[in-house]
Design a protein around this ligand. Sequence first.
Ligand SMILES: [Zn+2]
Length: 432
Amino acid sequence: MDIRNIRNSVEISLHNNAGKVDQATVDELVGQATTAADKKMLVEEFSRDKFDSGVDTKALAKSLGVKSLDTKEMVDVVMGTDPSGAQVRVSHDFSPKGGFDNYAKAAATARIFGSDKAAVVEKNHRYYAVETNVSAEKMIPAKDAPTLDASGGLTLRQYDKLLENTKTVGGKDAWADLAAYTYGVPKDKINVITDVDVEKAGGKLPAKAPPAINIYIGTQLKGDESGMTGPIGDARGANIVKGVPQAAAVVIEADAFTKDPARAQKILFHEGTHLEHNDRLVDLYDKYKQDKASKGKHPIPFEGWISKQKLPAAEKQLMMDLSEGKTADTEALAHVESFVASFNKWTVASSTTAGRQAQEGSDLLVLPKNPDKAVAKLAQDELMEFYNSMPPSTQRSIRKTLEAMKSVEGTDWLLKQGPVADMLATAEPKGW
Ligand SMILES: [Zn+2]
C-alpha cells in the first residue's frame, strides 16, 4: 500500500461525498490492507477524516485491529465562505488530540505539510494544524467560527525572491515578509527585532509574547540551532529566576532562513516544543502557589513539590530538571519530536543539499549528551512509534538516516541502546 494512493482515494471520496469518506472507499482500502503496517497506516489516515453516516466505524475499527478510531475535533468545522460563496470547512486535522499548546508548533506543523490549503485554527487557546476543503486565504469568517490563519502555497522561487529582498532591500519589513511567508502566518504575527531595538531596551532582547513569532536580525547571537526560547521581554535571560519560572517567547534567528524554508520551519517546531514545556512548568508553578504546601512557616520548595505530583515519570523529570534550569531533557524531546514531525513530509522539492538534509531531518537532530533516563526512554519510544507506523520504504530511509548519525557525538543514548538500537540491529524491512 502506498500512502499517496490511499490519500488519493480518500480525496476523491471526500470530493464526491460532501467531505465524507464513503463505504466504497473504506471497503477498497481495507481490502488492500494486508499487513499490520498497512492497517496502522489506515488507522492514522482515517483519524483525520469524517465518515459517511452509512459507514460502521466500530466495525471498521475492529477490522483494523483497534478499539476505536480517533476522530480529530476540528474535522468538518465550518470556518466561513470563500469569495465564490463556497463553504470553507476543515477537511483534515494534523494535530494531536486536543490540538497544540502553542501557535508556533501548529503553524510549523501546518507549513511542514506543504499543502496550499494548510491553515492554523485557534479555539479556546488551543491551536490546530489543519487543511481546508477549498482555499481559505480570502475567506469571510463565519459568525462564531474559530480564528483561522490560512497560509496559501509556498514555492521556492518566491521564497528565494523574499530572501533576496532581505539582502537588497533589507530592514524589518523585508524580514517580516520572508518570515510570514515561510511560516504561512499573517505579518502581524511576526515581530522583527534589530540591534537598535536591543539597544533601546537597555541591552535586552525585547521578545514579544506568543502567539508572536520573534525574528532577531541583529548581530549579537548566532546560536547553533538558530533559535531560542526565553522569557518575554528578554529572551536571553534565564527562564527561571530565583526558582520562579518565567512565561516565555520564541525567537528565531535570521540565519535560520538562509538555507531553506524547511529548515526554518523545523526550527520553529523545535522552539515550539521548548515553549510547550516552559508553559507547562509555569502552569505547575501557579498550582504550587495555590497549594498550601507552598505557604506557611516551612514551605516545600517548588522542585520538591513537583517530585510529589502524580505525573508520568518522564514529565516529572522534565519539569524538575527544567525548574533547576537544566535543558538536556527538553532538548532531547525537541530534537526527536521535530525529527518525527517533519521526516520527509516536506513536499516542496529542495534545491540545495542543506535543503535535502533539512527535509530528512538529520541536520537538526543534534542531541544533548545526558537526558534523564525516563526522558530518554520517552524519546526512544516516540521515535519507535513513528518508525513502526511507517511503510517499509519510509522505514528503510529512516534507518539510513539514523545509521548515518551513529558517528555523530552525543547520539549514543538514542541510537546505541534501547529499542532504537534493537531495531537497527535487525534486518531491513522488505516491500515497496
Ligand atoms: Zn533547543
